[in-house]
Design a protein. Structure first.
Lengths: 376, 653
């Protein structure tokens, strides 16, 4: 314990409760409530399967969030690599024993839950990188040795997820990792170089994609290429959002979703449904809630003493932003459809679990903000 | 301390980068917001329209066909409710399976199955196939019971044409059948109204008056889901019925005419001699138009098509016959008008032993023993051929043709309604040169004088000819669709008007001896005495002893009519046959003479003309005149009823 001296102290329960970020909890509850109504609407105003499941998950994972919030932040610091290793192993196991659904192997059957390890990986990569960069000094960051290690740490899960195949999650994990590397302070030139490299290698990368992935990207550039096939989702989503207008069609009155023109309306296209029913005003309100959520997480980062906590909060906030941005841009037809859920809103246990887990670590950062984690 | 400094630097760096990132995030949020703005506010209308297009689907409902009624408002072509099965091909996943189930439920025959598969080949994958367009109630209710198992199968209550009087009017009214590609191309109104299973006119009035009859389709708007399933009805614009077409036909007269012809091949036509209204136009044999509505069966069609008596031909207007002796009044009229015969000049008919001879060719009278000395009136009355040979020779074919054409022979009468109408032939020297390329022989003029040879007329033309003689020699326009503006009084008035500024001298009016067009109700004669002479001779033919139709006469002045028989030869009679002198019943059916009769009634103040033709019916006096006699009685009995309706009394409707 010479290299890692943890400056910790004991907190009284009152202190802990006092430092809980109630504003953050309020935002989570608000978004959660909206999500229940949105899922309820996808079932045409019937309280049945999806709504029930969503509500149960929301309550269970919200409870989990509250409990895990009191786990000391040092726990996450200490177990960061272990957490990462567990997730990578789960991804491995998924590749061989995962449940097959619509052509990809993404889920592990845990009896009470079909776990999607790639979703948990989204959090694990942030924890892992936060831990990794916590120790490294600014001057050393530019060192090739310290560039290579995080790159490898990032590429392993990305590759595994891509093998499932799940392009969307893979991209989100990669994006999250790159953002954290950027936050950690890697020189801007590397980003410029790799961006150039990416553009140059794009045609080769495209040739490696699965046919359905290629078709999705091609249809993104021209949805009318195949209006009843691959372009259908984008076209219908745009129609739904556009026809919502300023005030929306009203709760439970979204014809596009009600009459089943909208695909995957309770998962990736939940924003479309919401936007159709609540219009421009509602969409902006929801966006504002998300902005508040992100803002709150960033401020907790600023508030935290340890670099680990800061990096985690900033990283997680950026990750959430990335998920939201990719999802909404996708349903607005600004990005190709790649399969990225909208945090909290979308139906899906693993996604919910992952977000709540991340939030609980953020809350832990807040509660134990005074914990110093020494560099050595 | 180095650690501390490094740590502070690290914190600064991350803070800087967080802000940079936040700025980038705000920029991206701005991008999303502007996209939302453009979709939901700028382009809102466009997407609303697209959304409506998504969720609202329209179905056309079949138009209601207009009724066809007779003069007394009896509905001749009605609409009946029918039950149908429609298959939406785009919603059927497994066609064979659905058809198999349908077959079991509806107990379809193999032929019907074949028809469905044939139809499917013809249709586009998103079309609607009418699997059966006339289910009975049991089938229909059974189908509704199993409907949940049959995706894409639609039970439909529709309306279809129904002809309550079956085969009595098929040649007049026509029939309907499924719209073919040709029909769709023929008329825009059919294309516009095209719905699965649409029936359109195929012949007669149904065909000719399609635009008026078809009506206008309705629209049912439904909200549908993405798989096209109807969720709720939003809107229903009801279909409209086509116009009612009122005919001049009198159903009872028509039915009697049709009945008189039962078992025979032939035609009966009757018209009002002043208004030109056709009150009956029967053709025999006939067939039931209801069979065509839902697609005629192979066997039924074969029977109709292959019948040697040709039921499909409307013999009144599309059957061409030599008029025979019914042409004689016109030949006599022409000779009188041109002054080529003195009606008091006697000509001797000596029978078969001494026939009429011209350039070595012999021409016989029909009467073996001969008529003896004949003057014109008697020659018409007793239909002496010898007299007419001589009269035609003196008149010449070209002059005869002028008068024949003027009285309605050789031209179309109802061509605008009946595309199958035939014009017939009124021969002259010019015609023969053109059509056959040979010069005219005088011998041909001679046989033309008794209505044989090249001359070809339709029964309706003969009816019109009779009408225009009977009404005193005035041009009328025959029609079969009611025209309220034409009635007896106005016709008489128009006839009278042309004489207001005329002198009574008719002797030298050359204007009436040339071939030209005549206006409606314009006088067709040069001298009215000539018309009177012909009418009087026809009176003699029916009402005086030795007249050819004396047996069919009425003594009651109310029914008394004047007529002219005709017996038209189908083939040339050889010398041997003449010697054998066979009775008509001993001759093979197809070689028997056609029986004809023309008449107008009542003789005093005539109102109607009639023409009867019975194919291979033997002599006109025995084969045709009795039928005419019966029909004339019916027509005259119904005359006052007809007038009442005409004058606006609808109590009989």
């Amino acid at each position: 314990m010479l290299t890692e001296r943890l400056n910790t102290r004991n907190y009284s329960l009152f202190e802990k409760l006092k430092s809980v970020d109630y504003f953050l909890i309020l935002i989570i509850i608000l978004i959660g409530a909206i999500s229940v109504f949105a899922i309820y609407s996808t079932e045409k105003g019937e309280f049945s399967f999806y709504t029930k499941n969503h509500l149960i998950r929301l309550l269970v994972f919200f409870g989990m969030f509250l409990v895990l919030s009191f786990v000391r932040i040092t726990f996450w610091y200490k177990n960061a690599y272990f957490f990462y290793a567990v997730c990578v192993s789960l991804l491995f196991i998924t590749l061989f024993f995962g449940l097959m659904a619509s052509g990809s192997r993404r889920w592990l059957d845990l009896y009470f839950l079909n776990l999607q390890p790639s979703e948990i990986m989204k959090i694990a990569i942030i924890v892992c990188f936060a831990r990794y960069y916590h120790r490294i000094q600014t001057a050393e960051i530019q060192n090739y040795k310290f560039i290579l290690v995080p790159l490898i740490l990032l590429l392993i899960p990305c590759y595994l997820v891509l093998q499932q195949p799940d392009l969307g999650t893979s991209i989100l994990i990669a994006g999250t990792g790159v953002i954290i590397i950027w936050l950690a302070g890697l020189n801007i030139k590397y980003f410029v170089y790799s961006a150039l490299l990416l553009i140059v290698s794009l045609p080769f990368a495209v040739s490696l994609l699965k046919p359905y992935q290629k078709s999705r990207i091609l249809t993104f550039f021209n949805p009318d290429r195949d209006p009843l096939g691959a372009g259908y989702q984008i076209i219908q989503s745009k129609i739904a959002i556009g026809s919502g207008g300023f005030f929306g069609k009203g709760f439970l009155k979204g014809t596009q979703s009600y009459l089943e023109f909208l695909p995957e309306k309770h998962t990736d296209f939940i924003f479309t449904l919401f936007s159709e029913e609540f219009g421009f005003i509602g969409s902006i309100m929801l966006l504002l809630l998300y902005i508040l959520l992100i803002y709150r997480i960033i401020s907790i980062g600023f508030y935290s003493k340890s670099f680990f906590s800061k990096l985690f909060c900033f990283g997680f906030a950026s990750a959430i932003f990335l998920y939201i941005f990719v999802n909404i841009s996708m349903v607005l037809g600004l990005l190709p459809i790649v399969g990225a859920p909208l945090p909290i809103m979308s139906y899906g246990g693993s996604s919910m679990l992952s977000i709540m887990l991340g939030l609980s670590i953020v809350m832990s950062c807040k509660i134990y903000s005074q914990d110093q984690i020494s560099n050595y | 301390m180095q650690n501390r400094a490094s740590s502070i630097e690290k914190s600064r760096l991350i803070t800087r980068r967080v802000f940079m990132l936040a700025a980038a995030k705000l920029l991206l949020i701005g991008g999303i917001t502007s996209r939302l703005y453009s979709l939901q506010i700028s382009d809102r209308e466009k997407y609303e329209l697209l959304s409506d297009k998504n969720r609202i689907r329209e179905w056309k409902t079949p138009p209601q066909r207009g009724f066809i009624v007779d003069h007394f408002n009896n509905i001749l072509a009605d609409n009946d409710r029918v039950f149908q099965v429609h298959l939406d091909l785009d919603q059927i996943k497994n066609f064979n399976e659905v058809i198999f189930k349908l077959k079991n439920i509806l107990e379809l025959s193999n032929n019907e199955l074949k028809k469905i598969y044939r139809e499917k080949e013809r249709l586009k994958p998103w079309d609607t196939l009418v699997a059966s367009d006339n289910l009975n109630w049991t089938q229909f209710s059974k189908l509704n019971l199993y409907l949940h198992e049959l995706e894409g199968v639609k039970p439909v209550v529709s309306s279809s044409r129904f002809y309550p009087y079956k085969d009595s009017l098929v040649h007049v009214v026509g029939y309907v059948g499924a719209a073919s590609q040709k029909d769709i191309e023929r008329k825009d109104v059919i294309k516009e109204n095209l719905v699965p299973g649409l029936k359109v006119g195929k012949s007669g009035i149904e065909y000719a008056k399609e635009t008026q009859l078809i009506g206008r389709y309705g629209i049912k708007r439904y909200e549908v889901n993405s798989s096209g399933k109807r969720i709720s009805q939003i809107d229903y614009i009801k279909e409209t019925q086509g116009e009612k077409i009122k005919l001049t036909i009198d159903l009872e007269v028509q039915q009697l005419a049709q009945e008189l012809l039962k078992g025979k091949a032939g035609s009966i036509s009757a018209m009002d001699i002043y208004t030109g209204e056709i009150i009956a136009m029967a053709s025999s044999p006939t067939y039931d138009p209801n069979k065509f509505t839902h697609g005629i069966g192979h066997k039924d069609w074969g029977e109709i098509r292959d019948d040697p008596l040709k039921p499909l031909v409307n013999k009144s207007i599309a059957g061409l016959y030599s008029p025979g002796s019914t042409f004689k009044p016109l030949v006599a009229l022409a000779a009188l008008e041109f002054g080529t015969i003195d009606p008091e000049r006697p000509i001797l008919c000596k029978g078969h032993k001494h026939p009429y001879e011209l350039y070595g060719v012999k021409y016989h009278c029909w009467k073996k023993k001969g008529h003896g000395y004949m003057r014109l009136r008697n020659a018409i009355k007793q239909s002496c051929d010898i007299y007419f040979y001589e009269m035609a020779r003196l008149l010449g074919v070209d002059r005869l043709a002028i008068i024949a054409k003027r009285y309605g022979l050789g031209s179309n009468i109802l061509k605008d309604l009946y595309f199958d109408e035939k014009k017939g032939v009124v021969p002259n020297t010019f015609w023969k040169k053109n059509a056959i390329g040979k010069s005219w022989y005088l011998g041909e003029t001679v046989i033309n004088g008794i209505g044989q040879g090249y001359i070809q007329t339709t029964p309706l033309q003969l009816c019109l000819m009779t009408a225009q003689i009977a009404n005193g020699g005035y041009k009328i326009k025959p029609h079969i669709i009611q025209d309220e503006s034409i009635n007896y009084e106005s016709a008489r008035l128009k006839i009278a008007k042309q004489f207001v500024n005329e002198t009574a001298d008719f002797s030298n009016d050359e204007k009436f001896l040339i071939d030209r067009d005549y206006k409606l109700y314009e006088r067709l004669y040069r001298n009215p005495e000539n018309i009177k002479f012909i009418k009087d001779a026809m009176f003699g033919s029916t009402n005086e002893q030795y007249g050819t139709s004396y047996k069919s006469r009425y003594d009651d002045i109310k029914y008394q009519f004047a007529g002219k028989t005709g017996t038209s030869q189908v083939k040339r009679i050889t010398e041997e046959e003449r010697k054998l002198d066979l009775d008509q019943s001993q001759i093979e059916y197809k070689n028997r003479d056609h029986a004809l009769f023309i008449a107008f009634a009542p003789y005093k103040n005539p109102r109607y003309s009639i023409s009867v033709l019975v194919e291979h019916g033997g002599s006109g006096s025995s084969g045709a005149a009795p039928l005419a006699s019966k029909l004339i009685k019916k027509i005259i009995d119904r005359h006052s009823l007809r007038e009442q309706i005409k004058k606006g009394s609808t109590s009989l409707a």
